[in-house]
Design a protein around this ligand. Sequence first.
Ligand SMILES: CC(C)=CCC/C(C)=C/CC/C(C)=C/CC/C(C)=C/COP(=O)(O)O
Length: 294
Amino acid sequence: MPSPRRNTEGRPLGASASSSSSSPGSPAHGGSGAGRFEFQSLLSSRAPGGDPTCARLRASESPVHRRGSFPLAGTGPSQAPPPALPEDDRMDLNPSFLGIALRSLLAIDLWLSKKLGVCAGENSSWGSMRPLMKLLEISGHGIPWLLGTLYGLFRSDSWAGREVLMNLLFALLLDLLLVTVIKALVRRRRPAHNQMDMFVTLSVDKYSFPSGHASRAALMSRFILNHLVLAIPLRVLTVLWTFIVGLSRVMLGRHNVTDVAFGFFLGYMQYSIVDYCWLSPHNAPALFVLWNQQ
Ligand SMILES: CC(C)=CCC/C(C)=C/CC/C(C)=C/CC/C(C)=C/COP(=O)(O)O
């Protein structure tokens, strides 16, 4: 009687696959031993009547299988081909490179964010810096920016000033809207070490992705750099402020690093939208009607 084919560890191939294939992370599920399982499937592909799970993997890798037929090497004409698998099953057996990369990035993100969260509480290693971090938090908060813009808009006595401030208001509202929608969709919880003691928040602000402060800071600094004539030191200060606001979010424990990075990206892109849709008395006269009547 022929002895069962064995893998590199000397275990029968059929036993290996049937006993471990149902557990997550097992080779058959594309866990850490995925490479080894591929090796097993290569061996068994020459075995008549090999293990069905191995055949599934082998078949999933075959370009012929993707076209719908199922010819197996070494399979006699009397043997019926195994049924074709649904697309989802085949996906389970192959951990995607993207999935592994994302999980690794997430692990690094959590580790780094915890390390950087040195002002997360009064008793943290840099707890004495917390008041300064909270000042930075207020400097990037939506309320002062919105109120300041509204105040400037009604006080402005030039058309050019009103136009810029009207677009600034539009930018701030767009930012609030997009951050709210993304937070509500992604629903990523704030880091566990965060103390929820922020001033004036919306209900979605219990979520952390993306950072609203980071997106607002990036949006505001791009806006300011493009529409205010500033001396070089002030321009440098504006960019510096943006990065310090972002960093302070992680140091306070409010956010993970990826929340802030995406916030920066979002704010940067939002400015491009605002610039593209630039509002003026010519293309949006209704918005400037208040001043037209004066
Ligand atoms: C005044 C006008 C024209 C409109 C008001 C619109 C409005 C609802 C403003 C709310 C502003 C607000 C409470 C913003 C929240 C800012 C905040 C706490 C964001 C969270 O930032 P994060 O970095 O922790 O994600």
